[in-house]
Design a protein around this ligand. Structure first.
Ligand SMILES: [Zn+2]
Ligand SMILES: [Zn+2]
Length: 389
C-alpha cells in the first residue's frame, strides 16, 4: 500500500485518538493520559518505545529493513490552561484545560506518520524516531528530552504546526529563521516610598519606571537595524497600594522577540542599559533581568528542500509555498533545529483566507481532515530523506 492508502486505513482510529486527546487536555509535564494514549497505540502497532523521557515524553523507534540514516519526527502533546468554548465541535471535558494550539493534532498526526512508516518498513532504508514531547507551551520539553540523548545518531528532523492563518489544504515552509526567540524580562525599580503629598522627600518608582517604559521604545526604532525585526513589549506594570502613598517599588515584565542571535544579544544589552541608566537618572535602583527562553527557530536549507518536495507530493506543488515572513511567536522545536538539520512546516487549517483561526483562543477549532495532511506529510519527509536524499 502507498502512503495515501495507509492513511485511509488508519484514518478513523487516528481521528478517534485526536478526539480523546482533545477531550482530556493536559498541560506541560502533566501529559500522563496523553502519553498513555500514545503508547497504547504504539503497543497495538508493535512499535517499540521508551517512555518517561523528561517526565512524560515518549521516543518510539521504527527500524527499516534496509540500513541507512536516521530521521526524527516530532510532535508536541501539551494543552493550555484555559477554558474551551462549549460550542466547539469537540469540547474539552476538563475545566481550565484546552487544546487551543492544535497539539492534539500534532500528537495524533505523528502517530499516523508512525503507523504509515511502520507498515512500510520493508522498503525503509534506515531508522525513524518519533518524538512525543511535553510542555512546548510552558517551559519547554524539547531541551530536557535532548539532554536525555534523543538526538544521538539523528541526521535530520522534521516537525509541523497546524496553522490558523494558512488555508486548509496548503503547507508553508521557510528557509532560515522561521520563529522568534521569545525571551522574557523583569525590571525591578526600587525607589523610596513616602506620603503622596510630599514627593520631594521620596524617590518615586512609578515615575522612574514610566520613563523606562518610554525610553525602551527606542530600542527597536533606534538600535535594531531597520531591515530586521524585533519586538519589545511591556506586558505588566505593577506598583502602588493606595491613592495617597508613593510606593517603594515598581515591577515591569514583558517579552522580547528577535529573529537572530545578534539581535537577541543587542536588545537584551540595550534594555538593561536603558533601565539602569534611566533609573539612575531618577535616583532609583534598578535590577534588570533578561530570561532566555527558546532560541530562534532556524531551518536548514537541505531539510526544507526535502520537506517542500515531500509536502508537494501530498498536496500538489501549487499548494505548498514559501512563507513570506517569519512569525514572532516562539517554538521549542528550535532546540532540535539548533543541533541537527531540520525543517518546521506549517499545515493550514483555515477554511477561508480572510478568516484566520486564532490560536490560544477559546473558539480555536479545526477539521479532522487536516490530520492526514500532517501525518502523510511527515511520513513522506521521512521516507524521502531516508530513501532518496
Ligand atoms: Zn501555542
Ligand atoms: Zn503550538
Amino acid at each position: 500500500m502507498n502512503i495515501n492508502e495507509l492513511a485511509k486505513k488508519y484514518e478513523s482510529e487516528i481521528i478517534a485518538i485526536r478526539h480523546l486527546i482533545h477531550q482530556f487536555p493536559e498541560i506541560g509535564f502533566e501529559e500522563i493520559q496523553t502519553s498513555q494514549t500514545v503508547t497504547d497505540f504504539l503497543d497495538k502497532l508493535g512499535i517499540p518505545y521508551v517512555r518517561g523521557i523528561a517526565k512524560t515524553g515518549v521516543l518510539a523507534t521504527i527500524i527499516g529493513d534496509k540500513p541507512g540514516k536516521t530521521v526524527l519526527l516530532r510532535g508536541d502533546m501539551d494543552a493550555l490552561a484555559m477554558d474551551e468554548d462549549p460550542d466547539n465541535p469537540i469540547v474539552s471535558k476538563i475545566p481550565g484545560r484546552m487544546h487551543a494550539c492544535g497539539h492534539d493534532g500534532h500528537t495524533a498526526g505523528l502517530l499516523l506518520a508512525g503507523a504509515i512508516l511502520n507498515d512500510m518498513k520493508a522498503e525503509l532504508c534506515g531508522t525513524v524516531k518519533l518524538m512525543f514531547q511535553p510542555a512546548e507551551e510552558t517551559v519547554g520539553g524539547a531541551l530536557p528530552m535532548i539532554e536525555e540523548g534523543i538526538l544521538n545518531g539523528v541526521d535530520m528532523a522534521f516537525g509541523c504546526h497546524l496553522w490558523g492563518s494558512a488555508l486548509e489544504g496548503t503547507a508553508g515552509y521557510r528557509y532560515g529563521a522561521m520563529m522568534a526567540a521569545p525571551d522574557e524580562f523583569k525590571i525591578t525599580v526600587t525607589g523610596k516610598g513616602g506620603h503622596g503629598a510630599y514627593p520631594h522627600m521620596t524617590v518615586d518608582p512609578i515615575v522612574a519606571a514610566s520613563q523606562i517604559v518610554v525610553a525602551m521604545q527606542s530600542i527597536v526604532s533606534r538600535n535594531v537595524n531597520p531591515l530586521e525585526s524585533a519586538v519589545v513589549t511591556v506586558a505588566t506594570f505593577n506598583s502602588g497600594s493606595a491613592f495617597n502613598i508613593i510606593s517603594n517599588l515598581a515591577v515591569l515584565t514583558g517579552t522580547i522577540r528577535t529573529l537572530s542571535e545578534e539581535n537577541r544579544e543587542l536588545v537584551a544589552r540595550h534594555l538593561t542599559q536603558i533601565a539602569q541608566g534611566v533609573g539612575a537618572a531618577y535616583g532609583a535602583q534598578v535590577e534588570a533581568d533578561v530570561i532566555r527562553k527558546y532560541p530562534v527557530l532556524i531551518n536548514s536549507d537541505r531539510a526544507v528542500d526535502v520537506a517542500k518536495h515531500a509536502f508537494s507530493k501530498i498536496l500538489g506543488e501549487e499548494n505548498v509555498s514559501e512563507i513570506v515572513a517569519p512569525s514572532m511567536g516562539g517554538e521549542d522545536f528550535a532546540y532540535i533545529a539548533q543541533r541537527v538539520p531540520s525543517a518546521f512546516i506549517y499545515v493550514g487549517i483555515a477554511k477561508n483566507v480572510n478568516e484566520p483561526i486564532s490560536h490560544h483562543h477559546p473558539k480555536f477549532a479545526w477539521d479532522d481532515k487536516n490530520l492526514s495532511v500532517l501525518g502523510k506529510g511527515l511520513a513522506q519527509c521521512a521516507l524521502d530523506f531516508l530513501n532518496n536524499d
